[in-house]
Design a protein around this ligand. Structure first.
Ligand code: ZN
Length: 236
């Protein structure tokens, strides 16, 4: 994935999330989402503060001065909770302004700083280029979590493929089972999670349905060779 490609996904996803948020009436903000304990208020608060947190990483890359996404997991959660109590118009403004700020940070990051290593909220050191991918994932998938019409079928096909690589790659790195072999019916690609030579669960379906499933956002039309779809672990 090139940086230009990832930036495009992040920007298109930002526009997609903004459109779905724009279509959401104020009265819909109190409704629950599929994310445990989160209303749409929490979700919008999180997506806004996530942009600010990622902008801190870009700032870190620009200045060389360590600037973590969040000071602690507790601080992250507290910020989301507090944000959720804002008025609907303030929540909309938060999401919009934070996204613009992040985009400006990317625009202004000098070319020779993009490979500077920064630390994700999970503690992993990654080059600053990775911030574009991190944000792309957030905005596309959380648009679906808003629950007012966004769908994985709207995702750019190459972004769907990249999601499958990313999620199975993460499980492989962490050696997190179950052993899987994802076989999209609409692509030649195969995605494996090998766990101690265990016989993988072969799961077939469209790339979109597979991506939705591994991202923990529901089961579309998938078939497992073993009959039952295996229980998946968490992704992020
Ligand atoms: Zn998130």
């Amino acid at each position: 994935m090139s940086l230009a490609q990832q930036l495009r996904w992040a920007r298109r996803g930002t526009a997609y999330f903004a459109r779905k948020l724009g279509e959401l009436p104020d009265a819909g903000f109190d409704a629950p989402t599929g994310l445990p304990g989160w209303t749409r208020r929490h979700l919008v608060s999180h997506v806004g503060y996530n942009a600010r947190a990622i902008a801190r990483l870009v700032d870190w890359a620009a200045t060389g001065v360590e600037n973590p996404m969040y000071s602690s997991p507790q601080a992250r959660a507290a910020e989301i909770e507090e944000g959720a109590t804002l008025s609907v118009s303030a929540l909309r403004a938060l999401a919009e302004h934070a996204a613009v700020h992040l985009d400006v940070s990317w625009r202004d990051l000098p070319e020779d700083r993009w490979n500077t290593e920064v630390r994700t909220a999970q503690g992993r050191l990654v080059p600053a280029t990775e911030t574009t991918w991190m944000r792309a994932r957030e905005v596309w998938i959380h648009a679906v979590d808003l629950g007012n019409g966004a769908s994985f079928v709207d995702f750019p096909p190459d972004f769907v493929d990249a999601l499958l690589v990313d999620i199975t790659g993460l499980w492989q790195r962490k050696a997190q089972g179950p052993a899987l072999l994802l076989a999209p019916t609409d692509r030649d690609a195969r995605y494996r999670v090998d766990i101690d030579g265990a016989q993988p669960n072969v799961v077939r379906g469209s790339s979109v349905d597979l991506a939705r499933w591994v991202a923990g956002r529901g089961v579309g039309d998938l078939k497992a060779d073993e009959g039952e779809l295996p229980e998946l672990g968490r992704w992020l």
